[in-house]
Design a protein around this ligand. Structure first.
Ligand SMILES: NC(=O)c1ccc[n+]([C@@H]2O[C@H](COP(=O)([O-])OP(=O)(O)OC[C@H]3O[C@@H](n4cnc5c(N)ncnc54)[C@H](O)[C@@H]3O)[C@@H](O)[C@H]2O)c1
Length: 366
């Protein structure tokens, strides 16, 4: 009989509901045995709703009291690094909500703690795990799609001013950035998982309308080792919302359009002349798995059961975080930035904005 993994949810606010709901669909693989929050009323309501027995007011208390395989970090972004390191020191695997940390320096501290631990650090990037993304990666490994030439990655979302009422939102120090760090990250993490290593970025960022001290819009042109050139837009200014990825290969265009989660129907393949068989091969490869937390959690439990490294690994998520740092560095220095250029001497290593946002001396107000 396979062992039931024991997990705990830390932070019982908005996204913790998706974690609990997804875990309830995986009862044959794992059980949420405990939860933590600094807000006792929220903790009680959450645990009552999801039938979670053990309740704690801090991660430290949780780790002292429970034998765990995984902690889900569903706290605001500024807590992820410290809580991840604390759990790794107790040899408990960490599944952190995005963004995994606020800076590249923090990512490297997590990787150091992971290297010294028997446990692993993984980040929630749930859009890597639907069958459409897996189908695209499979087809790219076969003949037919041809060379990837150009790509588009648009996160055109809308957030009213009231969205920023939560104290951790829209501030460099506690969220690490605006829609580039907090929202577009989902879409371009998927883009990177498909296209591989990026090499250079040129970007602009603007603070147009929202009551934040971060950007509310960014646009980047990104080159990849495999020769693809992509444009990436991250916006919270779009009343007509969409998440849109498009890959133009020499043999076909592959598109994904959705908002916060996709199914097989969200994908479309349009073959180039002479490549019509790709339509049939695309459809045959789809297995009906939607993107989402439960698809990623299943992959994590598969990895843990087989002694593998749970996805998305700290190395993979650092590549995504480095692109974010490079978008800000390019935007605020008005120069192209290469992968590897943001080293420990760069102001963008220890702070995503490099303390260089042109509007940073303007207090956010509306
Ligand atoms: N993957 C996704 O699609 C997705 C969607 C939304 C949010 N998120 C991410 O999830 C994280 C949480 O976002 P949210 O919207 O749920 O936030 P939230 O503010 O609704 O919830 C955070 C919870 O953490 C608790 N908390 C704060 N400090 C704590 C501490 N030290 N120990 C324990 N609990 C603590 C708060 O009391 C609150 O209940 C963020 O990093 C966010 O970016 C991911």
């Amino acid at each position: 009989m396979t062992r039931l993994f024991r997990t705990a949810i830390v932070g019982t606010g908005g996204i913790a509901q998706a974690h609990a709901r997804s875990m309830s669909t995986l009862k044959d693989r794992a059980q949420v045995v405990a939860a933590v929050d600094i807000d006792p009323a929220r903790l009680a309501e959450f645990c009552d709703k999801w039938d979670i027995a053990n309740r704690y007011s801090s991660l430290t208390e949780l780790l002292a009291a429970e034998e765990l395989d995984v902690v889900h970090l569903c706290t605001p972004p500024g807590f992820h690094k410290g809580q991840a390191i604390e759990a790794l020191r107790s040899n408990v695997n960490v599944l952190s909500e995005k963004p995994p940390a606020l800076t590249l320096a923090d990512m490297d501290e997590i990787a150091e703690a992971e290297a010294a631990s028997a446990a692993c650090f993984a980040t929630v990037f749930q859009h890597r795990f639907g069958s459409g993304a897996e189908n695209l990666k499979r087809l790219m490994g076969e003949d037919g799609l041809g060379r990837p030439l150009a790509a588009i990655c648009n996160t055109l979302w809308y957030r009213p001013d009231s969205y920023f009422d939560l104290p951790w939102r829209g501030q460099w120090l506690v969220e690490g950035g605006g829609p580039t760090m907090g929202h577009g990250i989902h879409q371009f993490d998927l883009l990177l998982s498909i296209l591989g290593n990026w090499t250079e970025v040129t970007a602009v960022a603007a603070r147009q309308a929202l009551p934040t001290n971060t950007e509310d819009f960014s646009a980047a042109i990104v080159s990849f080792e495999n020769g693809t050139v992509a444009t990436i837009i991250n916006s919270l200014l779009a009343p007509k919302e969409t998440s849109y990825l498009r890959f133009d290969f020499s043999g076909a265009t592959v598109e994904l359009e959705h908002l916060y989660g996709y199914s097989d129907d969200s994908w479309a393949l349009t073959p180039a002349p002479g490549h019509e068989d790709l339509e049939r091969r695309w459809k045959e490869g789809l297995t009906g798995r939607a993107s989402g937390h439960s698809s990623q959690f299943a992959a994590i439990f598969d990895a843990l059961a087989s002694g593998g490294v749970p996805p998305v690994t700290s190395t993979e998520s650092r590549m995504t975080m480095e692109l974010i740092a490079a978008i800000y560095a390019s935007a605020f220095t008005r120069k192209p930035v290469s992968r590897g250029q943001i080293d420990t001497t760069s102001p963008f290593y220890g702070a995503m904005d490099g303390n260089a946002a042109p509007w940073s001396d303007v207090k956010a107000s509306h």
